[in-house]
Structure formats: structure tokens, C-alpha cells
Design a binder for this molecule. Structure first.
Ligand code: CA
Length: 242
């Protein structure tokens, strides 16, 4: 992804089976995507209008209807790629789903790596930003492997810290309010304690070793924005403009 794209792709995951939904969500968040979830057609409809997802993962059998019907309905409103999550034995009916405007399907059980590859293929096709990596030399973030390095030193971050740093890096010099971070990084912020952002920011500062000699700073401005920015640039190589 390019730094200038400004945000990570939003994926709407519609799946009524909670364990599967949570596993897929965790995985995709770890890959650098912003994930919005829905368990029913009516939730999916509302989430589509509210979040304008870049791509949708759509279960076929939902408590209040069929994913195929939802797809046909959403096609009138969005061109975002739609990948069906089909159960074993539904492969034949998927023709109907593709006719309804779906772009691809993946049969359960599926490997999360294959799912990511399919998602990236669809995003590449439409030219959407993909959160594969961000390079602000000497800081490098790889959302696929989860590796972060700063001045050649590997930094071990939790998934949410990686997401947070990814958001900061993509908004270097611009920053974000606590509310923006909660909605962009944590997604559903309803149950998140108010000091969560502050705690994660201080953990990031510590792990990245952001002291006076560091090439980056992460500050809390008087107008209550958290701003991450580069203050020293490598003497060799390209200067990375945000
Ligand atoms: Ca289902």
C-alpha cells in the first residue's frame, strides 16, 4: 500500500457462526485490515451504509435470509468485491451467487492464508489500497508477517499495537484523536476502557524506544491529537514524505 492512501482497506465480514467470525476477524485485523462484522443480513445492510466497505465476505446461510439475495441487493449500491463463504456441498449453488453479482467464493473450512490471498487478489483487481506493508525508513512494517523493524532492530508488537502503529505511520504528521483511533483501530469502541489508547501509545513509545535520539516521535498535542512523525531522516536513501 502507499502511505498516501491514508487508510487501510475496510472489510465487512458477514457470518453468523460466532467462532468462525471471531477467528476470521482476528486474522484479518492482524493482516492490517480494518474489519467490520455482522451476524445477520439486517446488520450487514446497516454496516454497508455506515462503513462503505472496500470488500465483503458473505456467508450464504444467514438467520434472516440468504447471502446471495443480500449480494443482489447490495450490488445496486456498491461495486466492492464480494467473496462468499460457502459451506461444503454449496459449491453448485454458488453459480447462483456469482450470477447475483458475487466475485469469488471460498468453501468452508478454509485456510486463513488462502482467504487473505483471495482478498488481496480482489483488492488488487479493483486497485484498492492493500495493507501489505508501510515503509518509512528506517521504520518498516510488514502486516503480512507482522514484522516491524526500526533501524534494523526487530520490534515485537501485539496485533493491536501493530494496527495502531500502522495507522500512525499511514497518518504520519497528521495524527488522530482518541475517538478516531478507537473507531479506526479498535473498530467497535463501545466496550473499550477510556484509558486504552493512552496505555497502548505509551507501550508503543517504550517498545520503539522513542527517546530524544529516535528518528520518530509520538506526541500528544495541546489540541488532543496523537501525532506520530519522523524527526530525523536517514542520510542515505530516499527521504520518505508522508
Ligand atoms: Ca451461516
Amino acid at each position: 500500500m502507499t502511505i498516501g492512501s491514508g487508510r487501510t482497506p475496510i472489510i465487512l465480514l458477514v457470518e453468523d457462526e460466532a467462532a468462525l467470525r471471531e477467528a476470521v476477524e482476528r486474522h484479518l485485523v492482524g493482516q492490517g485490515f480494518t474489519v467490520v462484522t455482522a451476524a445477520t443480513i439486517s446488520q450487514a445492510r446497516a454496516a454497508t451504509w455506515e462503513h462503505q466497505p472496500d470488500l465483503m465476505l458473505l456467508d450464504v446461510l444467514l438467520p434472516d435470509g440468504s447471502g446471495y439475495e443480500l449480494c443482489a441487493e447490495l450490488r445496486a449500491a456498491t461495486t466492492a468485491p464480494i467473496i462468499y463463504l460457502t459451506a461444503l456441498g454449496q459449491d453448485r449453488s454458488v453459480v447462483r451467487g456469482l450470477e447475483a453479482g458475487g466475485d469469488d467464493y471460498i468453501s468452508k473450512p478454509f485456510s486463513l492464508e488462502v482467504l487473505t490471498a483471495r482478498i488481496n487478489a480482489q483488492l488488487r483487481r479493483i486497485g484498492a489500497p492493500r495493507a501489505a506493508r508501510i515503509d518509512l525508513p528506517p521504520l518498516h512494517l510488514d502486516f503480512v508477517s507482522g514484522r516491524v523493524s526500526l533501524e534494523g532492530r526487530q520490534i515485537k508488537l501485539s496485533k493491536i499495537e501493530l494496527q495502531l502503529l500502522g495507522y500512525f505511520a499511514a497518518h504520519a504528521g497528521i495524527g488522530a484523536t482518541q475517538e478516531e483511533l478507537l473507531s479506526s483501530v479498535w473498530g467497535d469502541n463501545s466496550g473499550v476502557p477510556t484509558n486504552t489508547v493512552r496505555q497502548h501509545v505509551s507501550s508503543l513509545r517504550r517498545k520503539l524506544g522513542l527517546d530524544a535520539a529516535s528518528p520518530f516521535e509520538l506526541v500528544h498535542t495541546p489540541d488532543k491529537r496523537y501525532v506520530f512523525q519522523q524527526v530525523r531522516f536517514p542520510t542515505t536513501g530516499q527521504r520518505a514524505e508522508p
